[in-house]
Design a protein around this ligand. Structure first.
Ligand SMILES: *Cc1c(COP(=O)(O)O)cnc(C)c1O
Length: 357
């Protein structure tokens, strides 16, 4: 299987080997040391402040999105949510469920949010902004510095879901004034799905400690208290946390976040340079290095996904909803190489020769 989806993606040998090992008991100093190292490396790779804390939630990315909304905000808040696709829309659904007031900035498919669009929200008493910095459903990558400056000017908490962008695009938590950054195990970390990570800066931590506890499993006060000694309140996905440790250490060994980002950027640029003669249009105003969203001009996007999966053993990423027939996505992260790009391009050309695209 050659997997170009947006997660779960292909893991490297070291991570795969851990998946095949027995899962150890975790209330030990050995496991605490792994968790403390995971926290330190997450903070390092995001350039988080010294006071920032990282917690590891057993649950996919959405669990951490919901945990952040539940623990950082209350019904006294008034949020702005960038709704540029299905992940942005998810934040509005979470706010609805938890009765947090918000205004959604709805974007046209494939379009970014601009400073001009934000002007009407200046000085209007908003207390926080929620954004999926790379809206994975459409492949649009927003400007974190511009959004961070807006939040700083308006004294708003800045929450970034960087689940598919962490380690694919530059993200400096302090430089962009982010208060919360969320990511997950199955995207660029390229481990098994099941763990999501929340990094909280000082202002967000203060909120968590002041707010009333309204959830047991996703209570960040409890998670933070346990994290001080490298532990979690409940049994975590121990095996995945060990995989994450191996990945974070590898990345550190290979030069840190910047070199991982450069690797994914090169993988994306290689793919984009090779599709020029194919009947595909890129459908995003500003792309992440993580993936390329493509509109096939001569065939159904979903049919191409099925053809590649069933006849070539290659998985690209289909889209859902009203983009199902018009857009597919090609991810550039996980244990893939430029030779893998060549294999995919050859398959596309074969589909072309057969008259399928
Ligand atoms: C993958 C992803 C998520 C999380 O989805 P889960 O299925 O809950 O892991 C959230 N936001 C973005 C931007 C994503 O790419």
């Amino acid at each position: 299987m050659l997997n170009f989806t947006v997660g779960p993606v292909m893991s490297n040998e070291e991570v795969l080997a851990i998946g095949g090992e027995q899962v150890p008991y975790f209330r030990t100093q050995e496991f605490s040391n792994i968790m403390l190292e995971n926290e330190a490396l997450m903070k390092e790779f995001l350039n988080a402040s010294q006071e920032a804390k990282a917690v590891f939630i057993t649950g996919s990315g959405t669990a951490s999105m919901e945990a952040v909304v539940m623990n950082v905000f209350t019904s006294d808040d008034k949020l702005l949510v960038i709704d540029g696709g299905s992940f942005g829309h998810r934040f509005t659904q979470i706010c609805d469920i938890h009765k947090i007031l918000y205004t959604a900035i709805k974007l046209q498919q494939g379009h970014t949010v601009t400073a001009e669009m934000l002007q009407e929200y200046e000085g209007k008493g908003y207390t926080g902004l929620l954004v999926n910095i790379h809206e994975t459903s459409t492949g649009v990558h927003y400007d974190s510095q511009m959004l961070g400056d807006f939040c700083k000017r308006n004294n708003m908490l800045f929450v970034i879901d960087a689940i598919s962008s962490f380690l694919a695009d530059m993200l400096d938590m302090q430089a962009v004034n982010a208060d919360v950054i969320i990511t997950g195990s199955q995207k660029v970390l390229a481990c098994a799905p099941g763990i999501s990570i929340i990094v909280l800066g000082e202002k967000a931590l203060k909120r968590v400690h002041e707010n009333e506890t309204i959830t047991m499993y996703l209570d960040l006060k409890d998670a933070l208290k346990n994290a001080e000694r490298g532990q979690t309140p409940f049994t975590p996905a121990v095996g995945i946390l060990r995989q994450i440790n191996a990945r974070l250490r590898q990345i550190k060994r290979d030069g840190g976040a910047a070199s991982e980002i450069a690797k994914i950027k090169a993988q994306a640029e290689d793919f984009r340079s090779k599709i020029k003669d194919l009947p595909f249009e890129i459908v995003s105003e500003s792309m992440s290095n993580a993936l390329t969203p493509l509109h096939p001009t001569t065939a159904s996007a979903y049919d191409i996904f099925l053809e590649l999966k069933d006849n070539y053993g290659i998985w690209i990423c289909p889209n859902g909803g009203d983009m199902k027939e018009t857009i597919f996505r090609v991810g550039h992260f996980g244990a893939q190489t430029t030779e893998d790009n060549d294999t995919l391009i050859t398959a596309f050309k074969d589909l072309q020769a057969k008259g399928i695209i």
